[in-house]
Design a binder for this molecule. Structure first.
Ligand SMILES: [Zn+2]
Length: 243
């Protein structure tokens, strides 16, 4: 019954919008719990194609890079100068001001406008409530890592062989209100990240889960010391829950 009710919940809560992106359902009658893929919902919100490299043929993917992003610096003059009219209109539509930025800083739609403006990208974003959003297809090369080198095998240009996941969060250097583990990442985000990595493991030969700060040390601070690595990977960088 647990399986049935979980699946029913998953199916009835799926909007038409995300129906096409539902991972294949696997029903295993003899198991107590439904496999994680069965309840994975993904909201499709593609970034424009000038923010990533479209790849023909199959891209070899073996790494997941964990990042954070927020819209805390939305009102910086430099950013406002390059922000599109569409982005400005969206901010206006939600009543965004300098005073209430903390209420909206983790809105992934704002973060998506920031990515569009800077022509960068990641494959996925995970909201504070655990919503998983896809910006770029797995097979395409998103521009999330920049100059980078793997901490274990020394491979460079990590964008070539990785999937980038942005958790809506921040760091004390950028946002003084982020102090504790709980301030930085929600339980819902860890749950969704684990499900998403398990799903990616079912599609690709994922060997490593690394942080942006580990592949670009000194240059990047995300996901930072407030991220609980033991939730998603083992000591050798291999993902947990991926067989
Ligand atoms: Zn990053």
């Amino acid at each position: 019954m647990m399986i049935k009710s979980a699946l029913t919940r998953a199916i009835t809560s799926i909007s038409l919008f995300s129906l096409v992106a539902l991972a294949p359902l696997t029903i295993l009658a003899d198991q107590e719990e439904a496999p994680v893929e069965a309840t994975l919902k993904i909201t499709e919100s593609p970034l424009p194609d000038n923010c990533y490299t479209a790849i023909e043929g199959e891209r070899e993917i073996d790494t997941v890079v964990v990042h954070y992003a927020s819209a805390i610096n939305w009102f910086n003059a430099g950013f406002q100068n390059i922000l599109s009219d569409e982005g400005k209109e969206y901010a206006e539509s939600i009543g965004l001001t300098r005073e209430n930025i903390h209420d909206h800083k983790y809105d992934w739609k704002l973060v998506k406008y920031i990515f569009e403006s800077y022509k960068v990208s990641a494959h996925y974003a995970i909201g504070r409530d655990g919503e998983i959003v896809r910006f770029v297809d797995d097979n395409d090369r998103a521009w999330h890592a920049g100059p980078s080198k793997m901490p274990n095998d020394g491979r460079e240009r990590v964008n070539n062989f990785s999937i980038g996941i942005e958790l809506m969060s921040s760091h004390p250097d950028d946002d003084k209100t982020v102090v504790t583990h709980e301030d930085a990442y929600t339980e819902e985000q860890y749950t969704s990240l684990k499900k998403l990595i398990a799903h990616l493991c079912s599609l690709h030969d994922i060997k490593y889960v690394v942080g942006h700060d580990e592949i670009a040390p000194g240059r990047k601070t995300d996901p930072g010391p407030l991220f609980l690595w033991e939730r998603v990977r083992n000591e050798d960088y291999s993902p947990v829950d991926c067989d």
